[in-house]
Design a protein around this ligand. Structure first.
Ligand code: CS2
Length: 490
């Protein structure tokens, strides 16, 4: 079938929204590292809005740090793709034209460095997932024995990691007398800007202390909170869209109407005149904390407990009253730990979140969210637990969620279906768990895993008792029974 491209834009059905600007006149002011579905449905849409508003500086050079897949999907389409916004039966199709080209970093590290060091580039955004920063999830320090980072610590000729590319490119800019770019981490990490800045400065200092001082003085790493639910595109999504549009789009992304990007107002160079969806603020942390602990915390809990029950999608988990009641209880526990920004009405936020999770058109898979739990749990659930223990508050719902994560490591759901535990620390966790024979010992083994569990939590008797209680129920009765039990005893 004919592919979506500049040449086939004009044969699309009339209702499809198209770029309103001349793509040939666009300059690429943004380089994005990690051009997955989330970037294409979030930041790329915001930059496309700026282009549509007439500021042609904000095209994007996208980079994949690992696989050629996105390049192979997008290049034959001249970088064009469909944003499919779905809410129940309502759907809007929009062609995004902001991505000028895609570079696969391992194939062309120099091409990526050239794009980063270009005078046109003002902003570098990143969605490399939690593990892509090469930072210890508990301490936030660089993981020096990571093989790719170890290579970047020796030489930055052909960088392999995101911090490596940033340092090498900033070095080239400084040598050429160019200003640094603003670096915006768009991953769900607490204090993402601060953490990335620290990593970049540490790596730069190892190669060239003057460069580190220059970045420290001249650079900007604003903190951000990003929010939009973007489930992975499936082959069925692509086939259904092709049927509807009459052209095939292998790079399409599907998402919800909601979009939010809170950015710390700290840029070291030009930025677009941001429109809808973007809030510039002095303090991102309260937004980020509320989002991580409410949205992402609930997501992970739903993913493990729903996934263990053999339920495929978020909205299907929430169709069960015991799961809904549990999420509300989890939110009650999390809400008490927040210092929300004055503009945030937490009760309304929770209602809206539940409605977003209920969106049946998204079909957001529990297994997708269950991925990389070791990298996600600290900010989503463990920090919340630590705050509650400190305030001498109960942690029943939060503990059931964490017990679900421990149970998930077994690689088999309550119906007996095996799945792959997709996590950079899966092997290390499996080794620890292999020697444990009882729920108590399994909890002990995981609490001792200091790459994920902070020491004060590991030593807390209350936390250990809650986890052991829930893990025993999960193992003997299953996740649905644990949820019913939770509800019954309240
Ligand atoms: C999800 C997030 O996959 C996950 O871990 O919790 O990707 C979530 O959908 C986004 O953070 C929503 O903004």
């Amino acid at each position: 079938m004919t592919r979506l491209s500049s040449a086939t834009l004009n044969i699309l059905p009339e209702y499809v929204i198209r770029p309103a600007y001349d793509r040939a006149a666009v300059r690429c002011g943004v380089v994005h590292l990690g051009i997955g579905a989330f970037h294409r449905a979030h930041q790329a849409v915001i930059f496309d809005d700026a282009l549509n508003a007439g500021d042609l500086r904000w095209g994007i050079v996208g980079a994949s740090l690992r696989s050629p897949q996105v390049r192979d999907q997008m290049t034959p389409q001249d970088g064009l793709y469909t944003l499919s916004v779905r809410d129940g039966e309502t759907v809007q199709r929009r062609i995004i034209g902001a991505v000028g080209r895609v570079i696969v970093a391992p194939e062309g590290p120099r091409a990526l460095l050239a794009a980063l060091a270009s005078p046109d580039t003002h902003i570098v955004t990143l969605t490399v997932t939690e593990k892509g920063y090469k930072l210890d999830p508990v301490t936030g320090a660089l993981i020096e024995d990571d093989p790719q980072l170890a290579a970047d610590l020796i030489s930055l000729e052909s960088p392999e990691t995101a911090p490596g590319f940033l340092v090498a490119a900033l070095g080239q800019r400084r040598a050429r007398g160019l200003p640094p770019f603003t670096v915006i981490s768009c991953d769900n990490l607490p204090h993402n800007g601060r953490r990335l800045r620290r990593a970049v400065l540490a790596l730069a200092a190892r190669h060239d202390p003057d460069l580190a001082r220059w970045i420290e003085a001249e650079g900007a790493f604003p903190e951000t909170m990003v929010d939009r639910i973007v489930p992975a595109t499936t082959a069925d999504d692509i086939a259904a869209l092709a049927e509807e549009l009459g052209v095939e789009d292998q790079a399409m992304v599907k998402t919800e109407p909601f979009i939010q990007w809170v950015i710390e107002d700290h840029f070291c160079g030009p930025r677009p005149d941001f429109g809808a969806g973007v809030q510039l603020t002095a303090a991102v942390a309260p937004w980020e904390e509320a989002k991580l602990r409410l949205l992402n915390g609930a997501h992970s809990a739903i993913a493990y407990l729903g996934g263990l029950a053999g339920i495929g999608h978020v909205h299907e988990v929430l169709a069960r009253s015991e799961a809904r009641a549990f999420v509300e209880a989890l939110w009650d526990e999390a809400q008490a730990t927040l210092s929300p920004p004055p503009e945030l009405d937490v009760a309304a936020y929770r209602r809206d979140l539940m409605a977003r999770f209920d969106n049946p058109a998204l079909r957001h898979s529990t297994r997708q969210i269950a991925m990389d739990g070791s990298q996600k749990l600290p900010q989503r659930l463990l920090a919340t637990i630590a705050a509650r223990l400190e305030a001498e508050q109960g942690i029943r719902a939060l503990s059931l969620a964490v017990a679900g994560w421990i149970r998930w490591q077994a690689g088999r759901d309550d119906l007996g279906n095996a799945y792959h535990v997709d996590d950079p620390l899966a092997a290390a966790m499996a080794t620890r768990l292999a020697k444990a024979e009882t729920p108590e010992q399994r909890v002990q083994a995981m609490l001792g895993f200091d790459a994920v569990i902070p020491a004060p939590l590991a030593a807390d008797d209350n936390f250990r008792a809650e986890l052991t209680n829930w893990l025993a129920i999960l193992e003997t009765q299953g996740a649905l029974a644990a949820l019913a039990h939770f509800h019954g005893e309240r």
